[in-house]
Design a protein around this ligand. Structure first.
Ligand SMILES: NC(=O)C1=CN([C@@H]2O[C@H](COP(=O)(O)OP(=O)(O)OC[C@H]3O[C@@H](n4cnc5c(N)ncnc54)[C@H](OP(=O)(O)O)[C@@H]3O)[C@@H](O)[C@H]2O)C=CC1
Ligand SMILES: Nc1nc2c(c(=O)[nH]1)N=C([C@H](O)[C@@H](O)CO)CN2
Length: 240
């Protein structure tokens, strides 16, 4: 009897950096992938060429989130996993009203995972014990706060808490875990001084790159037992 086609992994914010690397990783394993993207980078065409289903979605409103969920439900009857990667790293700045910064951070890091998990849970259930996963990308700052990204840290802390709530709600069919990175990947605009300062904040003093996260996700998704946990990927930063 032939093997059934594996169920797709949904990655939000798959158009660049970690989300994009994750999508290609799973595609290289012949694992079906759905990505949500907001901006149509050239990388989206390359993902489609590699076999990914790429769905445009802007999670800046609840309507946008729910419309995306309905699109997924209209096309698919099951999901292997949802990886909530979509995020914005907003600092408090004088030229943006604090209420706008707070609303944006809560929208992408709380509204999107909360509404998508509830809307798509039916596609994750029914495949057996520990057969599907939800993975939340939080952040090391959940543990200690951030004086320059207060709303960002608070929203990621809410997402961290939701990891345990959804783990309790969805076990044992669906595992729900979080990944709490510190520096994984610099941004293009990061200057030499910032980069050196950031590297010095950890014990390991490197920019590890996407593979560090990909390898952890592979482990989490092969587990039949781990749920409701947060995995720090932070180079020993708490020990500095
Ligand atoms: N990079 C790092 O060192 C660290 C990363 N993390 C976490 O890891 C995850 C991936 O990080 P990274 O790859 O750097 O993330 P990026 O900030 O580079 O990209 C995040 C993606 O989310 C998308 N996105 C942002 N806002 C919205 C929105 N309103 N609607 C739809 N999509 C949206 C972006 O789309 P678009 O490109 O169109 O704006 C982008 O593709 C994030 O959750 C991040 O918080 C945590 C700590 C360190
Ligand atoms: N959505 C994003 N979140 C975060 C990013 C990023 O680029 N996009 N980057 C960081 C930093 O690397 C920080 O962990 C170390 O300075 C945090 N979150």
């Amino acid at each position: 009897m032939g093997h059934a086609q594996p169920l797709p992994i949904l990655i939000t914010g798959g158009g660049r950096r970690i989300g994009l690397a994750l999508a290609h990783h799973f595609l290289n394993l012949r694992q079906p992938v759905i990505v949500s993207y907001r901006t149509e980078y050239p990388a989206i065409a390359a993902l489609r060429h590699a076999g990914a289903v790429c769905l445009q979605a802007d999670f800046s409103t609840d309507e946008g989130i729910l419309a995306f969920a309905e699109h997924v439900k209209s096309e698919y009857s099951g999901l292997r996993a949802i990886i909530h990667n979509a995020s914005a790293w907003m600092a408090e700045t004088p030229d943006t009203p604090l209420s706008e910064t707070l609303a944006c951070m809560l929208q992408i890091h709380v509204h999107a995972p909360y509404l998508l998990n509830h809307a798509l849970v039916g596609l994750l259930r029914g495949h057996g014990h520990a057969a599907s996963d939800i993975i939340h990308f939080t952040d090391y700052v959940v543990e200690r706060g951030s004086d320059k990204h207060i709303a960002y840290a608070a929203s990621k802390a809410a997402l961290d808490n939701m990891t345990r709530s959804f783990a309790r709600k969805l076990a044992p069919e669906v595992k729900v875990n979080a990944i709490a990175p510190s520096l994984i990947l610099f941004n293009e605009h990061d200057d030499v001084d910032y980069r050196q300062q950031a590297l010095n904040k950890s014990l390991m003093k490197i920019e590890p790159g996407e593979k560090e996260v990909i390898d952890l996700i592979d482990y989490i998704m092969t587990s039949c037992y781990v749920t409701g946990r947060s995995f720090g990927v932070d180079g020993g930063r708490p020990l500095r």
